[in-house]
Design a protein around this ligand. Structure first.
Ligand SMILES: [Zn+2]
Length: 338
């Protein structure tokens, strides 16, 4: 509990469903945080877990009631239909997430792509603080890679909601096979699993001495790189170069002024941001055009406790409620534990 809620507060819940962790926040009409929670994702029963989390949150924030729920999810999210497809890390082929949550809780639900939800929140937060930008991109680097883009306050969804899936743009035509079926995608060379696989490859090649184990995690690679391990530093520098090209792509394709990097790999902190900023600086030194495109752009890692995806989902749910009214799903609010 962060701020006590009053019975008159209009509260919305935002949930960010990840492959391993699920984060929940309860926020009010002024974007104040009333409660937050992080739990392990139950991939076998997503809807049951989300409904249970909302009901328990409702018990915590009584006497206030929860009026709407927003869910941020990976995969191909159709926010108009409320469906999620191809979210392989959630073991889902296709799920009518909005319909299932509304049936379970009786309150309106909105669904949004997780990186886009985070971008929507970071843009709104900056506007609230008088730091509005013309364009913001949130680049999520974790088990997968994707981006959410907000231009002049409007999220970019594209014709079918797939806009921003830059993890499957080509980074190395001769690179390893990607989970999507193609070869050398950004996700296949710079995601958490890709970092671990590349490090294992170099350890097995045994060309340089290293303190890394035979099958290191991405976290171990960043830790060893910070301690000066040559193999780990090589992997981190390669990753940073790939991500610098992704940042350049976002700046050139969308004209964004602010790129915020999140996801599990961003938890490496300065072990990622320092080589990334150095790689971006090298690109700017080599190209006046890239220097121009990135001259006004800031690149930063998301704050560890920002709950950006969940807060974005809560914000989207509240905005939808304001435009459609509280009875869209036939409910009056969740005000008790079920
Ligand atoms: Zn791919």
């Amino acid at each position: 509990m962060t701020v006590p809620a009053a019975a008159t507060d209009v509260l919305s819940v935002g949930i960010d469903v990840g492959g391993t962790k699920t984060a929940l926040v309860v926020t009010d009409a002024g974007d104040r945080l009333h409660a937050s929670q992080v739990v392990a994702t139950d991939g076998a029963d997503i809807v049951g877990q989300l409904a249970g989390l909302v009901s328990r949150a409702a018990g915590v924030i009584r006497p206030a009631t929860i009026s709407a729920v927003g869910v941020a999810a990976p995969g191909h999210v159709d926010e108009r239909a409320g469906t999620v497809r191809l979210a392989v890390n959630l073991h889902q082929v296709e799920l009518d997430l909005r319909g299932a949550i509304e049936d379970a809780l009786g309150i309106p639900c909105r669904v949004e792509h997780d990186a886009r939800a985070a971008a929507i929140w970071l843009d709104a937060e900056a506007r609230n603080e008088g730091r509005a930008s013309r364009g913001l991109a949130y680049l999520s680097v974790g088990t997968g890679i994707s981006a959410g883009v907000v231009l002049d306050g409007q999220p970019l969804r594209g014709a079918d909601g797939l806009a921003g899936e830059i993890g499957h743009l080509v980074a190395d035509p001769d690179g390893p096979r990607c989970g999507c079926g193609l070869r050398g995608c950004l996700e296949a060379v710079a995601s958490g699993p890709a970092i671990a696989r590349r490090a294992a490859e170099l350890v097995a090649a045994a060309e340089q001495a290293t303190s890394l184990p035979a099958r290191p995690t991405a976290e171990q690679v960043f830790e060893s790189a910070a301690l000066g391990d040559a193999v780990a530093r090589r992997v981190v520098d390669e990753t940073a170069a790939h991500l610098a090209r992704a940042v350049r792509g976002l700046a050139l394709a969308f004209g964004v002024e602010r790129v915020v990097i999140g996801g599990g790999v961003a938890r490496a902190g300065t072990a990622l941001s320092e080589p990334l900023l150095a790689a971006i600086a090298r690109e700017r030194d080599e190209s006046p055009l890239v220097d121009d495109a990135l001259a006004r752009a800031t690149v930063e890692l998301v704050a560890a406790d920002s709950f950006a995806g969940a807060r974005g989902a809560a914000l989207i749910a509240r905005r939808a409620l304001a435009s459609t009214g509280p009875h869209a799903a036939g409910g009056k609010g969740v005000d008790r534990e079920q």
